[in-house]
Write a protein that binds this ligand. Structure first.
Ligand SMILES: *Cc1c(COP(=O)(O)O)cnc(C)c1O
Length: 366
């Protein structure tokens, strides 16, 4: 049985479930070079698995990380009933394992699941699985200077049936990867005039697996001309900015921070929400509204476009160095002249590692 932390905001669970734990015989941790961690290629010792069949969740397990048996007929592979999440565990500067806003990931995975006709994951299946897994593999969380433990919850349909209908069985798994710092260099982004990521009534605001494969070709074409990623525009108004790659976007114009308003196509980033809250805390003007690329070009010409950055769990804050739009190249001020992006990066990192007080109860100590 899970220990319940009475005064913890995330463990107000009505029911605690039993999780079978089958631990590894010998940890692989000694093989890992924590000073050179590639993103998403090294997996910790254990994974969490919960199965849903015909209306019921079976007793979940934590088992050694490794292959899973599925057949080529599983419906999740064919028709994409598959959603996921991304969050991280951090080490505080004094060595405690902690999570950042995991409840927000829990809510968002169920929002995504609902959109794809998948049953909601009960809170205890998600939260207890997550916390027990991270506690067991806490030694895999890099120290606060070296990185963090990336956490990937994944939920997919496993009916062995080749017909288009909602599956009656599903698998929910959580795997984790120690990762180093991500996107250290400022990024170059390119306005996508050829491809569209999302459209009204579609699935842009959900973390569904099917959103990513169609974007690969765009990122590939951007890479070929020296850009890291695409700046995604609205499907019906190609001047309207939505997101970059897999991050939300913010601009600083004339000391005011602006970010595209959530219009149904934009993924509701937890980092985006945290950044908005932190800016308000600091008394910095932040507005979420429609933003056109013409406005950004104009601000750049007037020399009042001070900063642009992406936000997401993987990179936290990714400073944008250059934006390309048709034949124009907007070069943004160098990092040393920026204030807000670096301030936010420090605040987020400080809160996640408990160097800065956590006023909003975002940190969940394990
Ligand atoms: C996950 C994701 C984000 C960022 O969300 P966070 O919760 O901040 O990590 C932004 N855009 C897309 C398309 C994403 O998939």
């Amino acid at each position: 049985m899970l220990q319940i932390h009475i005064n913890n905001p995330y463990t107000m669970l009505d029911t605690a479930i039993k999780i079978n734990i089958q631990s590894i015989k010998k940890s692989r941790i000694d093989e890992v070079d924590f000073d050179n961690l590639p993103f998403g290629r090294i997996f910790s010792d254990h994974m969490y698995v919960a199965d849903y069949k015909d209306g019921n969740w079976e007793e979940p397990s934590i088992i050694p990380y490794g292959g899973m048996q599925v057949t080529p007929a599983i419906s999740g592979l064919h028709y994409g009933q598959c959603v996921f999440e991304g969050t991280k565990a951090y080490k505080s500067t004094d060595g405690h394992a902690q999570l950042f806003r995991p409840q927000a990931n829990f809510k968002r995975i169920n929002k995504s699941a609902k959109r794809l006709c998948m049953p909601e994951i009960p809170q205890e299946i998600f939260m207890q699985g997550l916390t027990e897994l991270i506690k067991l593999d806490a030694s895999w969380i890099p120290s606060s200077q070296k990185g963090s433990l990336y956490i990937r919850p994944l939920y997919f349909a496993v009916d062995e049936f080749i017909g288009v209908k909602p599956s009656s069985s599903y698998k929910f798994v959580i795997i984790t990867c120690p990762v180093g710092a991500y996107y250290l260099e400022p990024v170059n982004v390119m306005v996508s005039t050829k491809y569209i990521r999302a459209f009204n009534g579609g699935v842009g605001e959900y973390k569904v697996a099917g959103n990513y494969a169609p974007c690969l070709v765009a990122a590939k074409e951007a890479n070929q001309v020296g850009y890291h990623n695409m700046l995604w525009m609205n499907a019906f108004n190609p001047k309207l900015i939505e997101e970059i790659g897999t991050m939300n976007i913010f601009f600083v114009i004339n000391d005011e921070v602006i970010t595209p308003r959530l219009n149904g196509n934009i993924l509701e980033g937890i980092t985006r929400d945290s950044v908005i809250t932190l800016l308000k805390d600091k008394g910095i003007k932040i507005t979420d509204r429609d933003i056109s690329i013409d406005e950004i070009v104009e601000a750049h010409e007037k020399k009042i476009l001070q900063e642009a950055f992406g936000t997401g769990t993987a990179a936290a804050i990714a400073h944008i160095a250059k934006i390309s739009y048709n034949s124009k190249e907007l070069i943004l001020p160098p990092l040393k002249e920026r204030k807000i992006g670096p301030l936010l990066a420090n605040l987020l990192n400080g809160i996640k590692t408990s160097e800065i007080p956590d006023k909003h109860n975002w940190v969940y100590q394990l």
